[in-house]
Design a protein around this ligand. Sequence first.
Ligand code: SAH
Ligand code: SF4
Length: 415
Amino acid sequence: MNVHDSERMLGTLRKEGHVPVNDPGEADLIIFNTCSIRQKAEQKFYSALGRTKHLKKRNPSLKIAVAGCIAQQEGEGMMKRVPYVDFVIGPQNIDRVSDTVMQGFGIFTDENPDLALADDTAERDNAVRGWVNIMYGCNNFCSYCVVPYTRGREKSRPVANIINEISELSAKGYREVTLLGQNVNSYSGEVSFPDLLNRISAIGRIERIRFVTSHPKDLGEKLVSAIKNVGKVCEHIHLPMQSGSTKILNLMNRKYTIDSYMDKIRMLRHEIPGIAITSDIIVGFPGETEDDHQATLSAIKEIEFDGIFAFKYSPRPMTGAAGMQGHIGEDVKSKRLAQVFELQDVITLKKNKALEGREMEVLVEDADEGNKYSGRTRTNKIVNFSSERDISPGAIITIRIEKSFRHSLSGIIVE
Ligand code: SAH
Ligand code: SF4
């Protein structure tokens, strides 16, 4: 989401005649697009910000802007705390980035009711697959999460805007889109999310459709059947479990139990054999006992995800969990996180090994120097291969997998 917000700001500024530079020392405007999902992201930002202070002495007309979720969270406080910051632009106001530059100074953190109607001006980095917003904000209020406070209430983009944008991408030669929303299942434009997938699949050269993220509480049969039956929708779902303990899931306000989560995994695997399932895990949530942690490890063992993102719980301002009893020490969190990774590493490698010898459809993305190429399978696994003849990014080819690693596969072209 944040990467795409940056692409949108770049596109808006380019339209106004600004050009990007490679060296911050040459810039007249520096924008930090920030994330506040965990404290570590915030710390990284503040140290990067500190490193730009001296640039203002060298170039007195340099303006420094802070965009994104830290901007929203801190608002005016940011300008007081860091006097060399000129603009504060919340994630609902990124479309106004050029107005802010024109005005020279200011705070732009209002709730923006028209956000979903804004044109997407993104200047994308990748020429083969593009991120496309279908909704903004979140209404779920998971008790650990700052997103509903920084990105505001859920707003769905009208179907026509989404279709227009994807049609333009198709005309430019894009082959894949990833639909973005904090909880795509609660998309509420003129059609349901599964119907939206159907509409998008009618668009010309787009061959692959992905989406992030789905909330387990809202994953139903209609979406499962869309993944199964709409040919262009890829066989991969990111379905954050967060914890294997129903007690912790309740405290997290996730609105599902570990049993109902498992039922959904079984339904997905039964209906769509070979589907890749990835997940997010939080360790060390307040009140998490050793038994709760063991429940998470058992669930990971039983489910065998294709991959996970796992994090130590980080208390966030304004959230319910920050004020809960039973905060867990850093050392325990670190130990639990290491156990989760250790277990998942074995599973990921085992799952990738099982693909050796298989032929898989790969969308070619990068042509590195020489004859080396890389792309992704429909299940979102990275595949490296070489080719004596030139292959253009965007080509879809068949690769026989020869070797598997933890984060990638390698193989040879099947003629
Ligand atoms: N809307 C998406 C995810 C948004 S944040 C969803 O609900 O799935 C991405 C991930 O960051 C979350 O799934 C969660 O695992 C993690 N996360 C969010 N807040 C966190 C916090 N305070 N501490 C640790 N991890 C957190
Ligand atoms: Fe955060 Fe929960 Fe919303 Fe995801 S669904 S953004 S974790 S509040």
